[in-house]
Design a protein around this ligand. Sequence first.
Ligand SMILES: Cc1cc2nc3c(=O)[nH]c(=O)nc-3n(C[C@H](O)[C@H](O)[C@H](O)COP(=O)(O)O)c2cc1C
Length: 238
Amino acid sequence: MSCCPCLPTKGTKLRGIDDEIRVQELGGGNMSKPKVYIVFYSMYGHVRALAQEMKKGVEEAGGECLLYQVAETLSDEVLKKMSAPPKDTDIPVVDVHTLPDADGILFGTPTRFGAMCAQMKAMWDATGGLWQGGKLVGKPAGIFFSTATQAGGQETTALTALTQFTHHGMIFVPIGYTLGEVQFDMSEIHGGSAYGAGTFAGADGSRMPSEKELALAKHQGKYFTNVTKAIKAGRQST
Ligand SMILES: Cc1cc2nc3c(=O)[nH]c(=O)nc-3n(C[C@H](O)[C@H](O)[C@H](O)COP(=O)(O)O)c2cc1C
């Protein structure tokens, strides 16, 4: 019995989209795999670790997942002063013109002063043509993030990203509390919230995503793909 009537007891199945059923209802059984892009920036690898785990979730839900990083905007000299390790060259840099090819897009960013990083914002600032052509209208969008500290701005990072999604007419897909066993757990600190998966890097960046944070990242990939699938199937059925 939980102490508060609005909180579920352990093991309670939380309300959410029962995606498989919903997709069947929408006639999505025969539809092509939803294509989900994960577009991220990561200076020290925390957001990248979440992105890689999220990709597993997308694939587990039957989606095709393409991982992209956004272009660097800082000079080598500045990056060196920030002790940034070399970029993972296995992950291609996103070309914004390909964003319309995705059925849904998940965006990952480290927090900078409570909002998304400038590299990610620079990518958005290059989408004027897409905006003009309405190329991202109606596309599901999700967000995940990393802060140094617990009160460092995970939720403000998500909330301030909504202006980009909104101006493009994208459909923001939060995860709510659909992974209650992790999200309600108070036995250890962990990042992430109803807005999306998240990790705490620590003030010196030495803390890597915990098991719970990775579990939420994988869940977000899965949940987002199922919502994207339902939206795609709904469109195909009309
Ligand atoms: C210029 C700058 C601003 C930052 N602002 C914040 C902040 O507002 N809140 C916070 O908790 N961490 C802040 N950080 C720490 C980063 O969020 C942290 O390095 C990042 O989450 C690590 O993720 P990554 O390894 O994927 O780059 C800031 C770091 C830099 C370099």
